[in-house]
Design a protein. Structure first.
Length: 132
């Protein structure tokens, strides 16, 4: 029997190790146009965020951020970041599949609505009972 090897992650034909060797601006050239433009305009912000995350990890501190518009770059893969969704900090573990997306996409701001039985006053029959 052949051993089944785990499929190695690749993003646009490059492995994660190759991507992590790239500069933020070099990585931007691989991305789609919207993310590329965003990174090339704000690469200083992204680089400072990555450096700040690395410092906090070395000190074993939690990484919390309100910056939902930061694009996920290869240096962030494997980190656990807590992103603010308007109410609380949502913990996110960054994986390779998230490359090129924004942090805010991983922390939804709106919860899932459960439509179930209506409460008192929700229908015409219960409104009459609620008045008495």
């Amino acid at each position: 029997m052949e051993e089944q090897t785990k499929k190695q992650f690749k993003y646009r034909g490059k492995t994660l190790e190759e991507l992590q060797k790239l500069d933020v601006r070099e990585f931007a050239k691989i991305l789609k146009s919207r993310a590329r433009r965003s990174i090339l305009r704000n690469f200083q912000v992204i680089e400072t965020f990555v450096n700040r995350c690395k410092v906090k990890i070395s000190k074993n501190k939690l990484i919390k951020t309100h910056s939902r518009d930061i694009i996920i770059v290869p240096d962030l893969v494997g980190m656990k970041i807590q992103v603010y969704n308007g109410k609380q900090f949502t913990p996110i573990e960054i994986m390779g599949e998230m490359l090129g997306h924004r942090l805010g996409e991983m922390a939804p701001t709106r919860g899932k609505v459960n439509h179930n039985k209506s409460g008192m006053g929700g229908t015409k029959g219960t409104k009459a009972k609620a008045k008495h």
